[in-house]
Design a protein around this ligand. Structure first.
Ligand SMILES: [Fe+2]
Length: 296
């Protein structure tokens, strides 16, 4: 279809009216965003000769797949795009350094036990290797960060997270803890080695990945939030550098600087990893994003 159709007065009028432009009241920025999103969508519908049935099939896909929106968002690269966008905003503001941020994913649960010392994360039996991780949280000048709360969560050896396990086998907060660090910023914990996982079979995310000729696998990984007064809260994860999907993560969560290769010896898998936080320049940077999260 001729793209001049989109520029026609009838379509431009429709876009103005649909986004509330030219009327009284409404939020200017939201009107602008709505108009540009709608115009991009209208263009795609015209360019690809999308039929009524295809449009309604797409709407049905989102109606039925909304429960997996937390997987679809990283799967289509949107969550990683926000990391890249925030990196670029930092670069333009002259802020760099520190451990790279990367996607949170949809499986954090608030309220995990707050513990200290050399911590065991795993409450449930799991017949797999033991995982050991330790290191230090420092600031931009190498100073140990005080009063750190390190939130850590990961899957079990079947690739399932507690609170989201379809087998119902895991107890509350298995492989989830908040660790309160001492003044030296050092942490150490051990657990049962997580496995990588794939999106739920026959679910909305898998349907989309299949249709795009992609897969829905993630390498084995461990998630972190690191918060401390005066520092910017870091959302990140380490992915095991020797995992077959280390460089082919469907969720785009793997990043240079976050792919340590573990030391594997017998039944033990060990990673040493130091985190470097940026200083906060506003109080809001010490908080978490307003994302909806599960809590207990
Ligand atoms: Fe994960």
């Amino acid at each position: 279809m001729d793209q001049k159709f989109i520029s026609s007065e009838a379509i431009q009028n429709l876009l103005d009216r649909a986004s509330g432009m030219g009327g009284v009241g409404g939020d200017d920025r939201l009107q602008g965003i709505t108009r540009e999103l709608l115009e991009a969508l209208f263009r795609v519908l015209a360019k690809y000769e999308v039929t009524d049935s295809e449009l309604w099939d797409a709407i049905k896909y989102f109606q039925e797949g909304i429960g997996e929106i937390g997987l679809i968002v990283p799967g289509i690269g949107l969550e990683h795009y926000m990391d890249l966008l925030n990196d670029e905003r930092d670069r333009l503001a002259g802020r760099d350094g520190g451990t790279p941020r990367t996607i949170e994913g949809p499986l954090y649960v608030a309220g995990a036990p707050l513990v200290e010392g050399d911590v065991n994360l795993t409450s449930d039996p799991d017949d797999t290797e033991n995982f050991y991780m330790s290191g230090q949280v420092t600031g931009p000048d190498g100073e140990p960060v005080k009063d750190v709360i390190l939130h850590v969560w990961h899957a079990n050896s079947k690739g399932f997270y507690s609170h989201f396990d379809p087998t119902g086998e895991q107890t509350e907060f298995n492989n989830r803890r908040r660790i309160k660090l001492g003044d030296d910023g050092r942490y150490s914990f051990h657990s049962k080695m997580p496995s990588g996982y794939s999106v739920p079979p026959q679910g909305a995310t898998e349907k989309l990945m299949n249709a795009l000729g992609r897969h829905g696998n993630r390498p084995a990984h461990v998630h972190f939030f690191i918060e401390a007064p005066g520092y910017r809260t870091l959302t990140t994860q380490i992915n095991f550098g020797d995992d077959p999907f280390a460089h082919d993560d469907f969720a785009f969560g793997t990043r240079e600087g976050l792919l340590p290769v573990p030391n594997r010896q017998g039944n033990s898998v060990t990673v040493g990893f130091d985190f470097e936080l940026q200083r906060a320049t506003a109080e809001s940077e010490e908080e978490f994003s307003s994302r909806t999260r599960a809590s207990v």
